[in-house]
Design a protein around this ligand. Structure first.
Ligand code: BES
Ligand code: MN
Ligand code: ZN
Length: 500
């Protein structure tokens, strides 16, 4: 799939579809006004009759056109110009992409919108967002189907005018391509079922990717994990026939004395709950429990391809939480890598046990700042719903930096209170900690548990249990893996160069 800039006139463009984003109640941009004239005022009539007003992500298709070379136009609403944000623009473009990607070999041209009264959606940002949205929106959950629902576009044209800065636009397109492909990589990893993606196959994939994009790769196998004394992570892996792995990817974009950003992902390739077995309903989507590790992998790929001038290390803790004769048991007391002991009172609270050991390794290997990502708790989904990521932190400034990156990226996050009383719930009679608290505020007790394993390193924990996996299709997004937080992580890494 190649994306190119063109300033060819709309009427002579040869494509299967022309996508035009229009804001509400504003005069048509010059290029669209000309097109409207060529079409005998059709667009104006649609607006006058209120059949197409430009409401956010509303669409209208014009088919069988003969007055221009492209036979089909999709009008997509961008909503009001003042309210137009990154998230809104992306929603509109992904909606359009999903709607027109139902045929093979489609060539799509997308007009660069001219939005007045809006300082966010610049021409360069729209080129980036158009590119990433076309790439994400035209790929479905079709990995295992003969009859697929979506076809990745064959060609994408971003259509500007003579006054568009071509080289800046082409660079923006490149950036969008990389982001879109990295999001799709994270989605693919989540969408593959758990007999396909397990710790070894996930780790192999990280090695392959490292080779393609010039990342340094290191894989710790179970013996090395034992040498590292990662007793907490190993306990989770114990009940599975699939041995665990810790996959590490390094991007050295600055000199070795520069600070290091560590991205740590929960990579439970399947979460049956272990002996605290999940009921079928809760288990059926648990191939998604490596969504944190998938986001780390996607982000590391993008960071390497964008050649960001920063040092970033991605850690992916890969295990399968299963039941067999060797499963870890309720009442077991584990010794984590940092020497803290943990009483296991629920084997389904496994993500925190995996992260505990990986976080201490990241700290000991010199992380200056840490972000971990995990599909950690159902409680976070109860609190914030399926679309919002929970943010938990031990450092206000670092948390602010992640918030601001999420805002720039158009991803919704919400800060949760890390109050000391939640840590009280984790006191055990027989060990330093227990792995669950009470039912209430479960996302926060989980975060308080993790806090024990980062020392004083500025750390942000992102609970993506809701947004990592979408239960159904919507016009603007496919169900299944979403690739959430990939963009935010890349933005954090991009900002990291100036903030340290
Ligand atoms: N992987 C789950 C959390 C989850 C739930 C992710 C729903 C995505 C969607 C996690 O390992 C888990 O089972 N958490 C338990 C914790 C409890 C036992 C304290 C939960 O949320 O029920
Ligand atoms: Mn679990
Ligand atoms: Zn889990």
């Amino acid at each position: 799939m190649a994306i190119q800039f063109t300033n060819e006139s709309i009427s002579s463009l040869s494509a299967d579809w022309l996508v035009i984003g229009l804001v509400e109640s504003a005069p048509l941009p010059e290029a669209v006004a000309q097109l409207d004239e060529t079409l005998g005022g059709l667009i104006t009539r649609l607006r006058e009759s209120e059949d197409f007003t430009g409401k956010l992500a509303a669409t209208s298709t014009l088919l069988g056109l003969t007055d221009i070379k492209t036979p089909r136009i999709m009008l997509v609403g961008l909503g009001s110009a003042i309210e137009l944000s990154t998230a809104a623009f992306e929603k509109a473009m992904r909606t359009a992409a999903r709607a027109i990607s139902n045929k093979d070999d489609t060539r799509v041209a997308v007009l660069l919108p001219e939005v007045e009264n809006n300082s966010i959606i610049t021409s360069n940002l729209s080129a980036t967002l158009i590119s990433s949205s076309m790439i994400v929106g035209s790929v479905g959950q079709d990995l295992y189907r003969k009859e697929v629902a979506r076809y990745p576009f064959q060609d994408i044209l971003v259509v500007g005018t003579d006054s568009t800065d071509q080289s800046a636009c082409q660079q923006a397109i490149e950036q969008g391509t990389i982001l879109g492909e990295s999001i799709n990589l994270a989605r693919e990893m989540v969408n593959r079922h758990a007999s396909d993606i397990f710790p070894i196959s996930f780790a192999d994939r990280t090695k392959e990717i490292a080779k393609s994009y010039g990342l340094e790769s290191e894989i710790l196998d179970e013996n090395q994990l034992k040498q590292e004394k990662m007793g907490s992570m190993l306990a989770v892996a114990q009940g599975s026939d699939q041995p665990p792995r810790l996959a590490i990817l390094k991007h050295q974009g600055a000199d070795s004395s520069a600070p290091t950003l560590a991205l740590v992902g929960k990579g439970v390739t399947f979460d049956s709950g272990g002996l605290s077995l999940k009921p079928s309903d809760g288990m059926k989507t648990m191939k998604c429990d490596m969504g944190g590790a998938a986001a780390v992998l996607g982000a590391m790929t993008a960071i390497a391809r964008l050649k960001l001038p920063v040092n970033v290390v991605g850690y992916m803790g890969l295990v399968e939480n299963m039941v067999n004769g060797s499963s870890y048991k309720l009442g077991d007391v584990l010794t984590a890598r940092n020497g803290k002991t943990i009483e296991v009172l629920n084997t389904d609270a496994e993500g925190r046990l995996v992260l505990a050991d990986v976080l201490t390794l990241a700290v000991d290997r010199g992380a200056t700042k840490i972000i971990d990502l995990a599909t950690l708790t159902g409680a976070c989904v109860v609190a914030l719903g399926e679309e919002v990521t929970g943010v938990f932190s031990n450092d206000e400034d670092w948390s602010k930096a992640v918030h601001s990156a999420a805002k720039t990226s158009g991803e919704d996050v919400w800060e949760m209170p890390m109050l000391p009383q939640f840590a009280e719930q984790l006191k055990s009679d027989v060990a330093d900690l227990k792995n669950i608290g009470t039912r209430w505020g479960g996302a926060i007790t989980a975060a308080k548990f993790l806090e024990n394993f980062v020392d004083d390193t500025p750390w942000v924990h992102l609970d993506i249990a809701g947004p990592a996996f979408a239960s159904a299709n919507l016009p603007h997004r496919e169900g299944g893996g979403t690739g959430c937080m990939v963009k935010t992580l890349v933005e954090v890494a991009d900002q990291f160069k100036t903030s340290n």
